[in-house]
Design a binder for this molecule. Structure first.
Ligand SMILES: Nc1ncnc2c1ncn2[C@@H]1O[C@H](COP(=O)(O)OP(=O)(O)OP(=O)(O)O)[C@@H](O)[C@H]1O
Ligand SMILES: [Mg+2]
Length: 298
């Protein structure tokens, strides 16, 4: 606990100094949360790692962050340090039971970072939601009530393009697509982008692509460099500047229930996710988000 607090103060100072170095008009004041979904129907590409670490890095920049675990595997829930056995209400209980979404929020050990946990019940939600009216916008309708309390809401999606992911598309302002630097990296991208296009023309016209995020990049391998060139060639306008390196510390951190910045704050992985947070803040600055937070819900 002391370690987390100590580290948190140091990192907060670094991020706040960075924010203050920007011209005055460039400092962010959000009115409503920007909602970012982390999506890719391919499994194991770094969605949860990105959701946890981006959320934590934004939180140390003195921004109010909600991490929503929308994957029945509940990896973000445990990875951020929530004991699944202690979870009374999960996002499932709000979607399909009478629980209000604000009553599922859990505090974390990190200042400014709250979590809505998931649970394996959510596996059933794909089927149960089918008969619910407005089934695509159930999450959006509920998140609407929480937007004024946070600066960013980060949603960790499951590895599928089913109803849960569609709900996250409907709720989001933008999506980040983690792409693992491996042989079949681009497989499924066309299908994913086609789905985004159809969501934009139907349930969420303002959905934007925040960017494609290369993950597990290993500069020593020819393959990683090939994937990088290929993505740059075909999706240049969507490629985020930050690249996440393959870093053993990133894979160790979840078993300690900590984001990388509190587990190994000097690691390459921690620096990369801090850079990603800065890039996301700068992107938000170009939008019209302003901050005037209401009283905190929990
Ligand atoms: N940059 C990285 N360096 C090293 N290991 C990583 C990195 N990013 C993720 N990993 C590891 O790769 C595995 C998959 O990552 P993660 O769980 O974030 O993927 P995911 O897309 O959320 O998976 P799923 O589709 O099952 O939800 C995990 O063991 C994670 O610790
Ligand atoms: Mg995951």
């Amino acid at each position: 606990m002391f370690h987390v607090k100590h580290c948190s103060i140091y990192l907060s100072l670094v991020m706040i100094v960075w924010l203050r170095q920007r011209p005055r008009h460039a400092i962010l004041y959000f009115l409503m949360a920007k909602i970012i979904s982390i999506v890719n129907q391919k499994g194991g590409v770094g969605k949860t790692t990105t959701a946890i670490n981006l959320a934590a890095c934004l939180a140390v920049a003195d921004l109010k962050i909600l991490l929503l675990d929308f994957d029945p595997q509940a990896n973000a829930t445990s990875g951020i340090g929530i004991d699944k056995k202690t979870v009374r209400n999960s996002v499932y209980d709000s979607l399909l039971r009478e629980v209000e979404l604000k009553d599922t929020i859990c505090k974390t050990e990190i200042d400014n970072l709250d979590v809505i946990p998931s649970s394996p019940d959510l596996y059933g939600a794909e089927v149960e939601l089918v008969n619910v009216p407005s089934r695509n916008t159930q999450l959006k309708d509920r998140l609407e009530l929480l937007k004024e309390f946070y600066d960013f809401i980060i949603i960790d999606c499951p590895p599928s393009l089913g109803l849960l992911t569609i709900n996250s598309f409907a709720a989001a302002d933008s999506i980040i697509i983690p792409l693992q630097c491996e042989y079949y990296a681009l497989e499924g991208m066309t299908q994913l982008l086609t789905t985004v296009k159809s969501i934009k023309s139907s349930i969420n016209q303002s959905l934007a692509i925040e960017g494609i995020l290369l993950t597990m990049f290993d500069s020593r391998t020819v393959l990683s460099n090939q994937i990088y060139s290929e993505v740059k060639k075909y999706f240049k306008e969507h490629l985020l500047s930050t690249v996440i390196p393959r870093n053993i510390r990133l894979s160790e951190a979840p078993s300690h229930g900590k984001p990388i910045i509190f587990y190994a704050h000097n690691s390459k992985g921690a620096n990369a996710y801090l850079d990603l947070a800065k890039e996301i803040i700068q992107n938000a600055k170009k939008g019209t988000w302003e901050r005037s937070r209401s009283a905190y819900p929990v």
